[in-house]
Ligand binder design. Structure first.
Ligand code: SAM
Length: 379
């Protein structure tokens, strides 16, 4: 058996040589960061709701999430730990005993589990192997009013556009391999989740989204109501990108209008349909930042770094410019990023970094405005 300590819990899983779906019970120590962020997000959400909350860990594996939520998040009165693997179910039971908690353990296909427990959870955590796409319909059907849907996707090669057809198949959306393709991936996942929810007259507000290591993770506030769902779908649209001069823009709506790049006249390519609204909520993330120090997290420093970067992105337009790529297109060396940001701010534009790339900046300036600012620096 392998012993793992995370947050305030200790669990044991059967020996494995490599982290893989073929392990007897799946446990990936590299996902501790993901789970640490989840603990903080759930605590902040519980506080927003007030009172006791019920949490569903639909793909529980070793049980680590359900157990951590019960032990580490105040106000979690019940947790459900579900997994289709019988060995995982045994493991969840043993780990629960070890940590003196009693989640309700089940062995169902996740979709059936969600359907049969319709409207029962304040938080639904979806953490499958690969894509969450096949499970989002049941999650959307099951999600109750004023609940949190937390979704992980590890099929980043599809969402980021390394492979286009799988993304079309799974998410009915066209990815685009740009320098901000991970942000496009997050937006495709958010848009797809929102469209699933809308089918059940539910709306989506993205509270936090991050692309880290080999996965993407979204926290979505779900509310009921046809009007709210219609409103939420106003955030669906397309990102248009010019591969010739790197200009990009976004448009709302379900029909992409092929457009000439307004700067260089080349034909732009479209990614979508996807979420073009906010993918970071400053209030929620601000609360999370305040909560980190109250928790015992091995990755607290990294969690804070991520949350501060995501906070800076709130309210900024979709996509970002990688200043090194822009400079390389212009055949010049890149000035320090901070200086370019200061130059843009001085010229009256909004600027932030992105958690996705250290050389990227999000801004409401156009590619031409950026080029003008760059002209002010020696080559
Ligand atoms: N949430 C876990 C954690 O944080 O350590 C990891 C979950 S692992 C990525 C995916 C789990 O989903 C595996 O334990 C697998 O047995 C389970 N699984 C796969 N297909 C499933 C299905 N259709 N319904 C329920 N569980 C499933």
């Amino acid at each position: 058996m392998i012993t793992a300590n995370e947050g305030s819990v200790t669990i044991m899983v059967p020996d494995f040589t490599k982290v893989s779906a073929r392990a007897p019970v799946f446990y990936n120590p590299a996902m501790e960061f993901n789970r640490d962020v989840s603990v903080v997000a759930l605590q902040v959400f519980q506080r927003l709701l007030g009172g006791e909350i019920s949490v569903a860990d639909t793909f529980s594996g070793s049980g680590i999430r359900a157990i951590r939520y019960l032990v580490e998040v105040e106000g979690v009165s019940e947790a459900f730990a579900n997994d289709i693997n019988p060995l995982a179910v045994e493991c969840i039971k043993n780990n629960s005993l070890m940590n003196s908690v009693s989640p309700e353990v089940s062995r169902e296909d996740a979709s059936i589990f969600l359907r049969t427990n319709h409207g029962r959870f304040d938080v639904i955590d979806i953490d499958p192997f690969g894509t969450p796409a096949p499970f989002l319909d049941s999650a959307a059907a099951s999600a109750r009013n004023n609940s949190l849907l937390a979704v992980t996707a590890t099929d980043t090669s599809s969402l980021c556009g390394t492979y286009i057809k799988p993304c079309l198949r799974k998410y009915s959306s066209r990815p685009l391999k740009t320098e901000y393709c991970h942000e496009i991936g997050l937006r495709i996942l958010a848009g797809f989740t929102a469209m699933n929810l809308a089918r059940y007259r539910k709306s989506a507000s993205v509270l936090l989204s991050h692309s880290s290591q080999h996965y993407m993770r979204l926290y979505i506030h779900v509310r009921r109501g046809a009007r709210r769902a219609d409103e939420s779908l106003r955030n669906i649209g397309f990102i248009l990108h010019c591969f010739k001069c790197l200009h990009h823009e976004h448009m709302k709506g379900f029909v992409p209008l092929k457009q000439e790049c307004p700067h260089c006249g080349a034909e732009m390519e479209a990614a979508g349909p996807l979420w073009v609204g906010d993918i970071q909520d400053s209030r929620f993330i601000g609360e999370m930042i305040g909560e980190v120090e109250n928790k015992k997290l091995n990755t607290a420093t990294d969690v804070l770094k991520l949350l501060k970067a995501c906070l800076g992105e709130a309210g900024m337009p979709p996509g970002f410019y990688d200043i090194h790529e822009v400079c390389s297109k212009l055949g010049r060396s890149a000035p320090p990023l901070r200086d370019v940001m200061d130059g843009l701010e001085k010229a009256g534009f909004r600027v932030s970094r992105t958690h996705i790339r250290p050389t990227g900046i999000k801004t409401d300036a156009t590619i031409r405005d950026i080029e003008e600012v760059l002209e002010g620096f020696s080559v």
